[in-house]
Design a protein. Structure first.
Length: 206
């Protein structure tokens, strides 16, 4: 082997060694990235599971409060109207509803209503802690929500605002009764107490 061939062999060996080191580093780096990714996925999964479990507990509490209100007030329906998605408030939907036997649900009717279509009604919900409608034809100005209420069979309703810790409107507690023509101070107190219990644990709609 002459000098040139010997040098070429040495260079080839060095290149091979460097290539092996580089390949090993990339493999190690990729394993580290994969491990970090797996850890992130596991952490997100745990957080979502914890959040889901917490929301389930909160939803169970809210349903219990709604059932209690339904019985106390001898109402036909109790449900929550909630703006969504969180903090953007483009739509309004009925959620977490309880009904007396024989009364149909409103959730499938009052669902994903564009708030731009019911701007006056939405403003009233956001601006008033307490509302009462016993003559919806003359009291509700937005024709779309009025039409949907007729379809849902909504007639005589009391509404209590739900707010977050910053006193921002996040939903409305609604009680409907065909037997009560007026909602007295005791009714308002019951609804206020229920609102205070559920408003800070109400899961957002995204």
């Amino acid at each position: 082997m002459n000098g040139i061939e010997h040098i070429a062999t040495i260079i080839g060996s060095i290149c091979g060694l460097i290539g092996g080191i580089v390949a090993g580093w990339f493999a190690y780096n990729q394993r580290s990235k994969d491990k970090n990714t797996d850890l992130k996925i596991e952490r997100i999964k745990r957080e979502n599971e914890d959040k889901f479990a917490k929301n389930n507990r909160h939803i169970a509490i809210i349903y219990g409060e709604l059932f209690g209100l339904l019985l106390k007030l001898d109402a036909d329906r109790c449900f929550i109207l909630q703006p969504h998605p969180e903090r953007k408030y483009l739509y309004l939907s009925a959620v977490l509803e309880v009904d007396r036997n024989g009364i149909s649900e409103v959730k499938d009717i009052l669902k994903n209503i564009p708030m731009s279509d019911i701007a006056l009604f939405s403003k009233e919900l956001a601006s008033n802690s307490w509302l009462y409608f016993d003559d919806i034809n003359n009291q509700i100005k937005d024709k779309k929500i009025l039409s949907l209420m007729h379809i849902a069979g909504v007639t005589n309703v009391a509404l209590r605002q739900l707010v977050n810790a910053q006193e921002e409107w996040i939903g409305t507690l609604i009680v409907e009764s065909t037997t009560q023509k007026t909602f007295d101070d005791e009714t308002q107190e019951f609804m206020k107490n229920t609102a205070n219990t559920i408003q800070f644990i109400l899961p957002p709609i995204n």
